[in-house]
Design a protein around this ligand. Structure first.
Ligand code: SAH
Length: 362
């Protein structure tokens, strides 16, 4: 529920974009409206998105009047777009309360991936991540998570279409698991955004209860785990949440994660010079991953002035990759896209100063 102020009075009305189709159906029934109208409205919220009930032309006028009095439609506003030389676009987005977040569009050969946020800021305090320096401002609501795709969609060129979604923007999705699950339901709903679950990937720092809950949700989206260290000693230091969910528990939750045929868990491993890039790390990594159907995504650290780590030399990154590959795993080196506009992994952080270089949308 959000408070919308109407002159002097303030009324609590729900934002319909926070509802899954099931919730919207229940809500409509509670208003004595026929349940099938929920599907029509859901269509207008997500498939052909409008933000004004008057544009929902297949609803009876009386129904539109009820909606106008009892509900609202929240929108995520595009504040600015920055384009990278490599085609990556970073969008600065504004939520209703003025909070700002970032999302990224990454074009590749035959796909267009949208990278969206689940929190404004982050509370996980990973020592190598710029978002962490913001701290947590607040959780996003379901409509704000899924609504980023509507906002991104409004900036696309004719013929462009978002094909894949990664929950790898700001924040830790499993620290905001209820809203994230609802957003995912909206993403995969046929009358919603209509993405196949296999085209969606949720990336987590390794919150074990959240991983188990996602496993039970039956949503069927891909799981990525930001592992980044091979001993608890090093991981405790880089990823403080490891003190609560150490490697053994984390990897057990991954082993227990149900995987459809031909699907993998992705382990992200941010490589930092002399911290976690040793030959011994690569060897320990393959031992840790035994028994898990997975691939490894090696991400050379994106450096920033207030991050106290360095990217390893290329040779060292490739030597690490060879060891993982020789053990039989697919290991890719992900050269982060959009580095010139700070859209790369771990580089999302809103600061007013960033706006100076952004080109404002009229
Ligand atoms: N909280 C989730 C989602 C964020 S995804 C998670 O941790 O997975 C962001 C990805 O970028 C994570 O894999 C993270 O480890 C990685 N990352 C963070 N800081 C980075 C940096 N400075 N350079 C490269 N990758 C980074």
């Amino acid at each position: 529920m959000t408070v919308v102020s109407l002159g002097a009075s303030a009324v609590q009305v729900p934002d319909l974009r926070d509802f899954t189709l099931k919730e919207l159906t229940q809500w409509m029934t509670s208003l004595d409206e026929p349940a099938y109208r929920a599907r029509q409205i859901f269509h207008w919220l997500w498939k052909r998105p409008v933000e004004d009930f008057r544009q929902m032309t297949d609803l009876p006028i009386a129904c539109r009047a009820v909606l106008e009095a009892q509900a609202r439609i929240g929108a995520v506003a595009v504040v600015a777009v920055q384009s990278s030389a490599d085609g990556t676009r970073k969008l600065l987005l504004r939520l209703l309360d003025g909070e700002q977040i970032e999302a990224v569009l990454i074009p590749e050969a035959r796909r267009l991936t949208a990278c969206i946020s689940t929190q404004a800021g982050c509370a996980m305090e990973c020592g190598f991540c710029l978002t962490a320096t913001m701290g947590l401002h607040r959780n996003l609501r379901p409509g704000e998570i899924a609504g980023q795709l509507v906002a991104l969609g409004s900036t696309l060129a004719p013929g462009e279409r978002i094909t894949h979604v990664v929950l790898m923007g700001m924040g830790e999705p499993l620290a905001n698991v209820t809203a994230t699950e609802k957003a995912l339901q909206i993403l995969v709903a046929k009358d919603g955004l209509g993405f196949a679950p296999r085209r969606i990937t949720l990336s987590t720092v390794g919150l074990v209860p959240g991983i188990r809950r996602l496993a039970q949700s039956g949503l069927g989206v891909n799981l990525a785990v930001s592992l980044t260290a091979t001993t608890d000693e090093v991981r405790d230091r880089l990823v403080p949440i490891n003190r609560h969910y150490p490697l053994r528990e984390l990897l057990q939750a991954c082993r227990d994660f149900p995987l459809p045929p031909r699907r993998h868990i992705t382990f992200e491993y941010v490589l930092m010079a002399d911290v976690n890039d040793h030959v011994e790390d690569a060897r320990r990594l393959v031992t840790l991953l035994k028994g898990i159907r997975c691939k490894v995504n090696l991400i050379p650290l994106n450096e920033a002035p207030n991050i106290p780590f360095r990217r390893p030399p290329r040779q060292r990154i490739e030597a690490f990759q060879r060891i993982v590959e020789r053990a039989g795993y697919i290991a890719t080196i992900r050269d982060s896209r959009g580095q010139d506009i700070s859209a790369a992994c771990g580089m999302l952080a809103t600061a007013e100063t960033r706006l100076d270089t952004a080109c404002a949308i009229p």
